[in-house]
Design a protein around this ligand. Structure first.
Ligand code: NAD
Length: 494
């Protein structure tokens, strides 16, 4: 089936808006031309989701699980196609999409297929002796979800799966730069037997389609993953209709290396953790704080490893790092590095836009910066590029304080062979995830979500059901008395 831009009520349809080219960031070629949605398309998609809601919410957990397992089968059968399309639209190295994005997404589907059957509330009990209390966990309704371009397929899965596993229906707006794999998932879900209207996908600009979705009166909840400024706008718009809001926002992950750390492991972890997905990862290692005795050797080892990273054509299985998502993003990243250098920081590796054959794409080399100050923008703000800044610290307390010293709190790592230090870092670093002696790995069973300006709420794991369900208390009188004892507080005496 040809992708047209919108998937509404079980079908691919064209939007009523302008044509939209999906561009390959590796060379600027057009991968697909779609049409954008309009606010009227948002109305149609929300109406389809609302119509599908009663039957899907009423399906048994077993029925929902079976449909999700069937979706996993279909995705697995098309795994290579998913990997190729994801690489073409996002510029990700094919080894990353084949080994991480696609299998990780399929694993998410199977996790939520299983989790759909074990949604629990509190046990029934008579807490006051006269009523049986029980907890019902009910779907929230039509969920409006908005996703970013950095992991298009995974972000679509993180939004769709807990929502539909819990019996909600969804209208998802992927980033307009990378809508293709989300549209493929909607198509595969329909083919797998998930009823029309349960999963709808809209393509179009955030200001038009995103805002219409977030403001829509029939959307009960908004789940947003993207930048902190847009998250603020989403939250503002959601107040009009008092929607539930789930926000997964930016990050600026610290990477704290204590002086007893295995230095080689830390250097390997820093390069992989900083450069994954060309640094366009909300949990990427961006600020390495290294206890002073290790500083020089750490910088040397990281620089040497960065020299081995192969920048190039993302479809080549030997490519380690592809382009950034767009020329605009490349210029943004380069601007940060140039301003840091102008302010006195030293660029140890990278920091220059490649010339030659890579100039046609939005490539930026692995970049290592030292000597920036803690309050510099390159240390405080999210760049979303392959740039690692290294700074020193002396005492353990100082290392942890510096790690906490940005508005963000999504992820962090601590590198040490001392269990007391590891436990202290895990406890004191304010972030939704603290890795010890690693940085990046995620699993379907464990939650992902931020503290502070990184947002609130969780993706993945059973914790995500807290976002996508309403808790209802049901209290049943078990006395059968016409006049209850408590009535005397209103009339009569004991
Ligand atoms: P972005 O905020 O620019 O856009 C995200 C989405 O919001 C896109 O679909 C966009 O079209 C839409 N949008 C833009 N303006 C809107 C508006 N006014 N109303 C409604 N929707 C609007 O982010 P991006 O550049 O696509 O992605 C990168 C950002 O995403 C980074 O900040 C990164 O940290 C964040 N991110 C966070 C997580 C996480 O789990 N916390 C995961 C991945 C990415």
């Amino acid at each position: 089936m040809a992708l047209l831009g919108q998937f509404i009520d079980g079908e691919h349809v064209a939007g009523g808006g302008a044509p939209l080219d999906v561009v390959n960031p590796a060379d600027g070629s057009v991968v697909a031309t779609l049409t954008e949605a309009t606010p009227e398309d948002v109305d149609r998609a929300v109406a389809a989701a609302a119509r599908a809601l009663p039957a899907w919410a009423g399906a048994t957990p077993g029925e929902r699980a079976a449909a999700l397992f069937a979706l996993a089968e279909r995705m697995e059968a098309r795994a290579e196609e998913y990997a190729q399309v994801e690489t073409a639209q996002a510029g990700k190295p094919i080894k990353l999409t084949r080994e991480f994005d696609v299998p990780g997404s399929i694993d998410n589907v199977r996790f939520f297929a299983g989790a759909a059957r074990v949604l629990t509330g509190m046990a029934q009990a008579e807490y006051d002796g006269t009523h049986t209390s029980s907890i019902r966990r009910e779907p929230v309704g039509v969920v409006g979800s908005i996703a970013p371009w950095n992991y298009p397929l995974q972000m679509a899965m993180w939004k769709i799966l807990p929502a539909v596993a819990a019996g909600n229906t969804i209208v998802l707006k992927p980033a307009e730069l990378t809508p293709l794999t989300s549209l493929m998932v909607a198509e595969d879900a329909a083919a797998a037997g998930i009823p029309a209207g349960v999963i709808n996908v809209l393509t179009g600009p955030g200001r038009v389609v995103g805002e219409a979705l977030v403001s829509h009166p029939d959307v009960a909840m908004v789940s947003f993953t993207g930048s902190t400024p847009v998250g603020r706008r989403v939250m503002e718009l959601a107040t009009g209709t008092v929607k539930r809001v789930h926000l997964e926002l930016g990050g600026k992950a610290p990477f704290v290396v204590f002086d007893d750390a295995d230095l080689e492991a830390a250097a390997n972890g820093a390069v992989a953790g900083a450069l994954i997905n060309t640094g366009q990862d909300c949990t990427a290692a961006t600020r390495a704080y290294v206890q002073r005795p290790h500083l020089e050797a750490f910088v040397e080892q990281v620089a040497a490893l960065m020299d081995t990273v192969r920048l190039g054509d993302p479809t080549d299985p030997t490519t380690d790092q592809g382009p950034l998502i767009s020329l605009r993003q490349r210029d943004t990243v380069h601007g940060y590095v140039q301003r840091a250098a102008a302010a006195g920081a030293k660029v140890v590796r990278g920091g220059e836009v490649p010339a030659g054959p890579l100039a046609a794409g939005s490539y930026y080399p692995p970049t290592l910066v030292v000597g920036a100050s803690q309050d510099a923008e390159i240390v405080q703000q999210e760049l979303f590029g392959p740039v690692l800044v290294v700074l020193p610290f002396d005492t353990d307390g100082e290392g942890i304080a510096l790690a906490n010293d940005t508005p963000y709190g999504l992820a962090a790592s601590a590198w040490t062979t001392n269990t007391f230090r590891a436990q202290r870092a895990a406890r004191e670093i304010a972030a939704g995830c603290v890795w010890i002696n690693d940085h990046i790995p995620i699993v379907s069973e464990m939650p992902h979500g931020g503290f502070k300006a990184s947002g609130f709420g969780k993706d993945m794991s059973v914790y995500s059901f807290e976002e996508y369900t309403n808790i209802k208390h049901v209290s049943s009188d078990i006395t059968g008395e016409v006049r209850k004892d408590w009535h005397r507080t209103i009339f009569g005496d004991r």
